[in-house]
Write a protein that binds this ligand. Structure first.
Ligand SMILES: C[S@@+](CC[C@H](N)C(=O)[O-])C[C@H]1O[C@@H](n2cnc3c(N)ncnc32)[C@H](O)[C@@H]1O
Length: 431
């Protein structure tokens, strides 16, 4: 079935704004849809997917659309990639011919960096870290859309029940291989109006993000801090793992993000979560809890380059210096969060970055500066949590290996004997 003839112009209009790279693509798209309430669901889907297709294939499309690659031509190629050529209404002969020509190109014959559709600095970093062959497979995986993963809220339902209820909708879903409460949904149905969603039995959450929450190992009755809680994706999972007992503080510097946690909390049925806005990682509110916490998750602000399947604009928006800039911030946040832990308590450092500067290098620097902490090897943590994954020191989830977003995590334990003096010293120097 043909799309409405205005879709091509709509896509062009959205692209013009998105490709300025001043605002995240998802924010531009949702604002556009609010300003154009008469667009139907099918049209919205086609516009959004076409914009993401252009972001994923920008190098390739601009090369093949000719040196005068206009926004209109990019919109044509994006739509052709997302929905095929036939449903597009209003194509000129020349545009149809361009779309057909581009579809026929064998992309495996392109030079690797062009095929990666990444800025040169990022491609080179990935080759440096993973080697050419794996970097190419990784880049291909990052350029494909992510599947839709759900987490079952164990306070309200179990996985089998949810699979059966989704099947009635009818929505097909399979258990995820690593996260014990995860489901992978085929296609991308709208979930917001499902009773399962409204009553809090399911949340949208990438399987990798669920695994991160799981390796925190939070138990019933514990004192836990989610230091960078944001809108609470991992907070909700942690609260359920604690069986709605103990105390779970959700810290963040962003009032706006914490506000988005509120309705999700209400749906979830959790009453053990305490959102707290902090000014920065040395806020006095943190000092009051120093040495009292069993588990701290630092899901640090990062470049976000592990989420390119969902946010393909990130690779074009981040400057080459992003990893080094983030590194210093991440070290400072980890240092601020570490003072919360009691002896024997665990600090989990996590990012959704693929870059060593934001991951391994941060942990190495932290351990060098904090002799009262030691690394708990990830294979030990995964075995404790019965997660069927093989890792070495750290958790490194990658889309081409694990079908998740790219995630990194390290578990750091505060040594028991060193806890008291270190906590006292930290408190003295907190300001
Ligand atoms: C990767 S996001 C967190 C995502 C969230 N944990 C989730 O699962 O949805 C990083 C968060 O860190 C917050 N942040 C940035 N600087 C911070 C700081 N100094 N202290 C605490 N949170 C901070 C940001 O506002 C952002 O919400």
């Amino acid at each position: 079935m043909r799309l409405h003839p205005a879709v091509l112009a709509n896509t062009e209009e959205v692209l013009r704004e998105v490709l300025r790279f001043t605002t995240p693509a998802d924010a531009v798209i949702s604002r556009y849809f609010k300003e154009h309430p008469r667009l139907g669901g099918r049209e919205r889907g086609a516009i959004a997917e076409s914009v993401y297709a252009v972001l994923r294939n920008k190098t390739f499309f601009t090369d093949f659309a000719g040196s005068n690659a206009s926004m209109r031509r990019l919109a044509v190629l994006g739509l052709a990639e997302a929905v095929g050529i036939e449903p597009i209404a209003g194509l000129s002969d020349e545009e149809r011919e361009l779309a057909e020509r581009v579809k026929q190109i064998d992309r495996s014959l392109l030079p690797p960096q062009k095929r990666s559709n990444m800025p040169g600095w990022l491609y080179e970093k990935l080759v440096g870290q993973y080697g050419q062959d794996e970097a190419d497979v990784l880049a291909d995986a990052l350029n494909k859309p992510a599947p839709l993963d759900l987490r079952v809220n164990s306070l309200k339902a179990d996985r089998e029940q949810v699979i059966a209820q989704l099947a009635e909708a009818p929505i097909a879903a399979d258990p995820t291989p690593f996260a014990p409460l995860g489901l992978r949904v085929h296609k991308k149905p709208a979930l917001q109006n499902l009773p399962l969603f409204k009553e809090g039995s399911i949340e949208v959450q990438d399987e990798g993000s669920q695994v991160l929450a799981q390796i925190v190992g939070a138990k019933r009755g514990e004192m836990v801090v989610d230091f960078c809680a944001g809108a609470g994706g991992k907070t909700l999972a942690l609260g359920a793992l604690m069986r709605n007992t103990g105390r779970l503080y959700a810290f963040d510097i962003s009032e706006k993000r914490l506000a988005k946690l509120k309705p999700r909390l209400a749906r979830s049925g959790l009453s053990n979560v305490h959102p707290v806005q902090i000014a920065h990682e040395r806020d006095a509110k943190i000092k009051r809890l120093a040495g009292k916490i069993d588990r701290v998750l630092v899901d640090a602000p990062c470049s976000g380059l592990g989420t390119l399947r969902r946010n393909p604009d990130v690779k074009w928006r981040q400057p080459p210096e992003v990893a080094q800039e983030m590194h210093d911030k991440q070290v400072s946040i980890l240092d601020g969060a570490a003072r919360l832990l009691k002896g024997g308590g665990r600090l989990v450092y996590a990012t959704c970055s693929l870059l060593d500067e934001e991951n391994d290098r941060v942990v190495e620097r932290f351990l060098a500066d904090h002799p009262d902490f030691e690394l708990v090897p990830m294979n030990k943590v995964l075995a404790e949590q019965k997660i069927p994954l093989e890792m070495d020191s750290y958790l490194k989830l990658l889309p081409h290996r694990h079908q998740t977003d790219g995630f990194f995590a390290a578990v750091l334990e505060r040594k028991k004997a060193a806890a008291k003096p270190a906590a006292a010293k930290d408190e003295d120097s907190a300001d």
